[in-house]
Design a protein around this ligand. Structure first.
Ligand code: GTP
Ligand code: SPV
Ligand code: MN
Length: 584
């Protein structure tokens, strides 16, 4: 293959800076993948799992200080500080380069530099984009082969063009003191050092496909979102596509692979994507979504045959597990897998597990598995044009206040609902878990520019759409006084999707309330469920005091954007406040 000269030049530059012993250009072949695996099993980076029950599956244990995204060490580096807004860490590009190039200097000495070309998006799609990651981690290279279309296929897409997103990654010394995840949206570049984990290190995912892509999308008139994509099949066989944004570890993978408890009635979910959606407006003014990824980097704990059997069937081969526990028969294990922890269990750090020491698997332990292995993968998941989106859904963990489901009055109100969404934090990022914060459109850690401008962009997109998707808000996570979930969740979430589907097609009963259109308590099909009396009334009512409290938080949050906040959002805020105050 003829080398792309712009790419060659950048690789040479990186090589002079990081001084690796060897440079390996990845072709993306199976033989190459197998070689990486062999090397890593040899040097202890990977542990071979039981090849009878988990063929071609391996376990990786990351450094104990490097187990989740680190938002405090993630920066957007632009000329002007105002361009990143109050929700991002900022550093001037010059300062960032000076500080971080010192860390990259010689960081690959004694190591192999892997050049990983990859394609985000289906082969042959006009919406797909090429990235190239340089990394000194074979684990990262192997994960990239599962998560993206990697190797020659990406170089072919690139041809002689200079239009690729370079990302330089080094494990460094894995010390949080010398860990930086740096984004340079103005030159479309990523620099990441000091972490080998997930979104910090697999640069195609959050760094390119969300932070840089959201920046490009605003300039180019499309959207890059933290969303799953599903097709919902109805009893007539018709499939309606929906995209849903939930924060990290809040149910996207599970909803995307849902086994409907209403399958007998003909309601069924097809998986298009579980984490990221790139959405474009076509010539007819219709919104279409592609999944830029080719694999799933999913949360392991809580995944079982009863909660997510499709994931269980997806991850029993060709899968890399990170930070899960291991049974004596070398099978992966985690909390919520549905089996008792076996005697002799090894915890995620490699020690003998004792229940007193806490979880055996890390709460943010994950699997990396090829999407094509998913039994419910949609036959349209690689359509170059993407799938037409008819509904957009916001969701997050809220143990109080937010009802099971509601529908926005219109696009602008829907943008308000997304932009003001509160969410309880999870183990997917370092820091406290279970704290409510504003997480607009589930993009708080992933928007590569000022979110005030991002809300404007959402409003603009709505104006360009001939028939904008309807917008909904869901919450599977309301808890009762004993701290138990009211709603069974998982496969029973189909009952909520069924109402959403009815609304999309002009049916479904709803009441107009202060906060949006809510289903009447008897409108959600709960046939066959045993719910405590009063549950549906609780989940479909308006908590006036709770919402008024939330309004204060939204006020502070919106205020932090100053004049970058579109006035339409304040209008929605004020109207909602008045409607709430008028309630008895
Ligand atoms: P990222 O990959 O971090 O972006 O997360 P995600 O949104 O894909 O989250 P995922 O589906 O992996 O869910 C994370 C956790 O939420 C798991 O422990 C699930 O078991 C739990 N979960 C998912 N859906 C439901 C639900 O409907 N009800 C309840 N109670 N828990 C759920
Ligand atoms: C998330 O945290 O939203 C993830 C996992 O999907 S990571 O790739 O680590 O960002
Ligand atoms: Mn995610």
């Amino acid at each position: 293959m003829v080398r792309n000269s712009a790419l060659q030049q950048w690789v040479d530059e990186c090589s002079r800076l990081t001084k690796p012993d060897r440079v390996h250009w990845c072709d993306g072949s199976e033989e190459e993948y197998n070689k990486f695996i062999q090397i890593m099993v040899g040097d202890g980076t990977l542990i071979e799992l039981n090849q009878k029950t988990y063929p071609n599956c391996y376990l990786h244990r990351s450094h104990p200080s490097d187990v989740a995204r680190t938002e405090n060490l993630t920066f957007i580096c632009t000329e002007k500080k105002d361009d990143v807004g109050p929700t991002n860490n900022w550093m001037h590009p010059k300062e960032a380069k000076e500080r971080v190039s010192k860390l990259f200097d010689g960081s690959m000495k004694g190591r192999t530099m892997y050049v990983v070309p990859y394609l985000m998006g289906p082969v042959g799609s006009p919406y797909s984009k090429v990235g190239v990651e340089i990394t000194d981690s074979a684990y990262v290279a192997a994960n990239m082969r599962i998560m993206t279309r990697m190797g020659n296929v990406a170089l072919e897409h690139l041809g002689s063009s200079e239009n690729f997103v370079p990302g330089l990654h080094s494990l460094g010394d894995l010390s949080p003191e010398r860990r930086f995840i740096m984004h340079f949206p103005e030159e479309k570049l990523v620099w990441s050092i000091g972490s080998g984990y997930g979104g910090n290190a697999l640069l195609g995912k959050k760094c390119f496909a969300l932070r840089l892509a959201s920046y490009m999308a605003r300039q180019e008139g499309w959207m890059a979102e933290h969303m799953l994509i599903i097709g919902l099949e109805d009893p007539s066989g018709k499939v309606t596509y929906m995209a849903a944004a939930f924060p990290s570890a809040s149910g996207k993978t599970n909803l995307a692979m849902m086994v409907s408890t209403m399958a007998e009635q003909g309601y069924k979910v097809w998986t298009v994507g579980d984490d990221i959606a790139w959405m474009h407006i076509d010539e007819e003014g219709q919104l279409h979504a592609i999944n830029p990824e080719a694999g799933f980097f999913g949360v392991a704990p809580g995944t079982s045959n009863s909660t997510n059997p499709i994931a269980i069937d997806t991850i029993n081969r060709n899968t890399i597990f990170t930070n899960v526990a291991m049974t004596p028969s070398k099978e992966p294990w985690w909390e919520g897998m549905g089996t008792e922890p076996p005697h002799g269990l090894i915890d995620w750090q490699g020690g003998k597990w004792e229940s007193a020491r806490g979880n055996a698997a890390h709460p943010n332990s994950r699997f990396t598995a090829p999407a094509k292995q998913c039994p419910t993968i949609s036959k349209h998941w690689e359509d170059p044009k993407g799938v037409p989106i008819s509904a957009i859904i916001w969701g997050s963990r809220r143990s109080t206040v937010v009802p099971l489901v509601m529908q926005a009055f219109n696009w602008q109100h829907g943008v308000f609902l997304g932009s003001s969404m509160g969410a309880e934090t999870t183990a997917a990022a370092t820091g406290a878990v279970g704290v409510v914060r504003r997480d607009p459109m589930a993009m708080l850690p992933f928007c590569g520019y000022n979110m005030g401008d991002y809300f404007c962009h959402w409003l603009d997109i709505g104006k360009k759409l001939k028939k904008p998707p309807l917008i909904f808000r869901v919450n599977w996570f309301r808890k009762d006084k004993e701290g138990k979930f009211y709603w069974p969740g998982y496969g029973d979430n189909i009952r909520v999707l069924k109402w959403i589907l009815a609304r999309v097609h002009g049916g479904g009963k709803a009441q107009e309330t202060a906060i949006g259109y809510l289903p009447t308590a008897d409108e959600i099909d709960v046939e066959g469920l045993t719910l405590k009396p009063g549950t549906m009334e609780e989940l479909t009512s308006v908590d006036k005091a709770g919402w008024l409290n939330t309004m204060n938080e939204i006020h502070t949050f919106y205020g932090s954007f100053g004049n970058r906040m579109p006035s339409e959002m304040w209008d929605e805020y004020n109207q909602l406040k008045q409607r709430l105050e008028r309630l008895p």
